[in-house]
Design a protein around this ligand. Structure first.
Ligand code: MRU
Length: 352
């Protein structure tokens, strides 16, 4: 894949995203510049994956601000805050969305009373810094993650935490992409990931495009491939890591972690520091997004596949207990248990 998943068009100053709801069949790029369109794109998963929605929101809020009139500072700041709060509400679990928009809000606060055109320029710079940072962070995660696996290993992944979920490389799939650059080959099993099929539609697509030996399995087949000895490591991404290491990721992840523990397979969570939320003490404090039941009953079928009116529970994420996680792979290195002090030390290092 040669084009970034999220970008700023420097000529039109629009947010450009690869529409992930059209994959794998069609490659369609969308150009967005209104708060409503950006909210919809995030809510409907046209752009999805924690880092990608963070960068999209940062570039997006800049694109919206660029089109706002050059009023006085107070009017501009109030409108910025209204749009920030609106965009944050699009998806509650992935902390990167709130984190990236907070980075942008800091720019506005740091320029209290300054001329609005100058603030718009600085917002542009900050959004592009966040994009570049995402690329560097994912590259580093890929390099650290690669030290955990050997050429030829079988790797199981859940959902899509690849390039499509970030700007480039991905998190959980970054070690595989970086390994491919070095001529390595892996045998990757990708869970299809009910109900929105990020594994089937997105991970299989991007791994295939990178020439990776890819096998798609239904979510309920993971134990079967593990039992056969085909999986040497599990790599997943995350949407929010609590201070004790409990980790929210795509629904189904905690089940994979339980299976991995049963079969003695290391379970690695690839976590940019922007996804670690030390203000959240443990997994019980993570708000889990619930989505419409029609995603389960109707979305991929010609006709509804469940009786009309049946109750549906459709949480988009679950929490994997910290004690099921072998290690976190971050841009600053590999973090092993006990996670609470290790995560604290990781952030202390950043502040040095
Ligand atoms: O609902 P989605 O597709 O946005 O969920 C994505 C995931 O759960 C990913 O694993 C996570 O965001 C990490 S992406 C690097």
């Amino acid at each position: 894949m040669h084009q970034d998943t999220v970008a700023l068009d420097p000529e039109t100053e629009e947010l450009v995203i690869l529409d992930q709801t059209r994959l794998p069949g069609q490659t369609v790029f969308l150009r967005l510049s209104t708060a409503e369109a950006i909210y919809q794109a995030i809510y409907t998963l046209q752009v999805r994956g924690a880092p990608a929605i963070g960068v999209a929101a940062a570039i997006g809020i800049y694109a919206v601000c660029r089109r706002m009139p050059d009023t006085d500072y107070e009017t501009f700041a109030a409108e910025f805050e209204r749009i920030r709060a609106y965009l944050v509400s699009a998806r509650p679990t992935a902390v990167n969305l709130a984190w990236a928009l907070e980075q942008m809000a800091q720019v506005v606060r740091e320029h209290t009373g300054c001329p609005v055109p100058a603030i718009k320029d600085r917002l542009r710079e900050r959004a592009l810094e966040l994009r570049d940072q995402d690329i560097q962070v994912c590259r580093a995660i890929g390099e650290y993650g690669l030290t955990l696996i050997q050429n030829g290993d079988g790797i199981l992944t859940h959902c899509n935490a690849g390039q499509l979920a970030t700007v480039r490389y991905g998190t959980a799939l970054a070690p595989i992409h970086v390994g491919r650059e070095q001529g390595m080959q892996f045998r990757v099993f990708t869970d299809e990931t009910r109900p929105l099929l990020q594994g089937a539609r997105l991970s299989a697509y991007e791994l295939f495009a990178d020439g990776v030996d890819t096998t798609l399995i239904c979510d309920n087949m993971a134990s079967s491939v593990m039992r056969r000895g085909w999986v040497q490591a599990v790599f997943v991404g995350c949407d929010r890591v609590a201070a004790n290491g409990d980790t929210a990721n795509k629904i189904g992840t905690s089940g994979v972690a339980i299976l991995a523990k049963h079969y003695g397979i290391p379970f690695y969570v690839c976590a940019p520091m922007s996804t670690i939320d030390l203000s959240c003490p443990d997994g019980t404090a993570i708000r889990i997004e619930e989505r419409p039941g029609a995603e389960v009953t109707d979305m991929w079928y010609k006709e509804p596949m469940a009786p009309e009116g049946v109750k549906v529970y459709n949480p988009a994420f679950d929490v994997t207990d910290a004690d099921l996680i072998t290690a976190f792979v971050t841009e600053r290195g590999i973090i092993r248990p006990p996670f609470a002090p290790a995560l604290k030390r990781l952030f202390a290092r950043t502040e040095d």
